[in-house]
Design a protein around this ligand. Structure first.
Ligand SMILES: [Zn+2]
Length: 395
């Protein structure tokens, strides 16, 4: 037999060591952290700290843990991660608890990795699928995507208090749904291309199944969950969506594979016009663009656009602040989205920048026509549609 030098095909799945979700579970944080470390540092912002400090302090006291809060600077930059890592070392902490949104959690992971200690994710919103993964997204001071940073392990614990999620503005949950719906769209494409996952190697059946399950759970539960969270209610639909946005989407994207939707998102962060949008809102523009680019059946694309418009996600360039911009601006987006290291190259065909540009441009008319057909209001440009969100930590 001829000798082969080909690298053997590997498949892998990675996961957080423990996932805990439930109403009021923040009160038990201390007992879950105690087996992981004896000197925690809680990274959070002032708004989240005000909401959670009494509960966290009491739960740590009951578990015999000291409590030390550190204020998050607001943007998950490399410099901010270094600063927090230095604080961890200075105080001899042995576990970093990221308490808040995706940006806080990404910084807690980066700081834990740099300081050589373990880390824990405590999302207070279900706005992204950042909490479970072994990677962070690093942004520039201006909020533009800079790079992915990969770690050797996932968080030792992900703990989600569903009452906190239900008490937060509904836009956070909606954004998380946008992020999570992309998971299956991207994993499906990456699988067709036998593309690598963020976990390394090819996807397992388990990784693909989690991505698909996230999609199914959301189509069934997203609309009632959004209605419930508008009233700060924790219903079974809310529990289902929180799990889909956080655990299923988190493991599904990491071990199932990313493709165009997140690359388009990254491209959108390269222009200031879109900075009013949350992560999952930009991802939704990316999902629609990917569906167009990969020639998904028209009925499927229109159904997706209508569903996400009903949820309150942006489905037109107008809502993304790109309704009447020069083509140069869209070219900047596409150039960043098609950079050689981008996950868009996981699509099962060669990606040509002109094709991506035309797919992105087509989103405007597509979104408008679906909205009109469904009897939904005309899309609004950012000045009118922007919802005031108490904390800006939505990356
Ligand atoms: Zn995402």
């Amino acid at each position: 037999m001829a000798e082969t030098t080909a690298t053997p095909v590997t498949r892998s799945l990675i996961a957080p060591a423990r996932y805990v979700q439930g109403r009021g579970v923040l009160a038990d944080l201390g007992s879950y952290v105690a087996p992981i470390g004896s000197a925690p540092l809680v990274l959070t912002d002032a708004v989240v700290r005000r909401m959670t400090e009494a509960t966290v302090t009491e739960s740590f006291r009951r578990a015999g843990l000291p409590v030390r809060f550190e204020e998050f600077g607001g943007t998950p930059t490399a410099a901010e991660a270094r600063r927090v890592a230095e604080t961890v070392a200075e105080h001899g902490c042995d576990v970093v608890v990221g308490l808040g949104g995706g940006a806080t959690i990404d910084t807690a992971k980066a700081a834990g990795d740099e300081a050589g200690v373990r880390w824990v994710s405590v999302p207070t919103v279900a706005s992204t699928d950042a909490p479970t993964s072994a990677l962070s997204v690093v942004y520039t001071e201006e909020g533009a995507f800079e790079s992915y940073r990969f770690y050797t392990r996932n968080p030792d614990l992900v703990l989600v208090d569903t009452q906190l999620v239900a008490d937060a503005p509904v836009r956070f949950l909606v954004s998380g749904i946008g992020d999570a719906l992309a998971t299956w769209i991207e994993a499906r494409a990456a699988q067709r291309a036998s593309g690598p996952t963020m976990a390394g190697g090819l996807a397992t059946h388990a990784g693909i199944a989690l991505a698909r399950l996230s999609w199914d759970v959301l189509w069934e539960n997203a609309l009632p969950a959004v209605e419930a969270v508008r009233r700060n209610l924790v219903t079974p639909a809310v529990e289902a969506v929180v799990e889909a946005n956080t655990l299923l989407s988190g493991m599904g994207f990491e071990s199932g594979g990313l493709a165009a939707a997140h690359a388009i998102h990254d491209g959108l962060t390269a222009v200031p016009h879109t900075h009013h949008l949350a992560h999952g809102e930009k991802v939704n523009i990316g999902s629609i663009t990917q569906l167009v680019l990969e020639a998904a059946p028209s009925a499927e694309i229109r159904e997706f656009v209508e569903f996400t418009a009903r949820l309150g996600l942006p489905t037109t360039l107008t809502e993304a602040g790109l309704g009447d911009v020069d083509e140069e601006v869209l070219r900047t987006v596409v150039e960043a989205a098609t950079a050689p290291e981008e996950t868009i190259h996981n699509l099962p065909f060669p990606v040509v920048a002109e094709d991506v540009l035309d797919a992105l441009t087509s989103v405007e008319a597509l979104g408008r026509s679906v909205r009109a057909e469904a009897g939904l209001p005309e899309p609004q440009a950012p000045e009118q549609h922007r919802v005031k969100v108490p904390t800006a930590r939505m990356a």
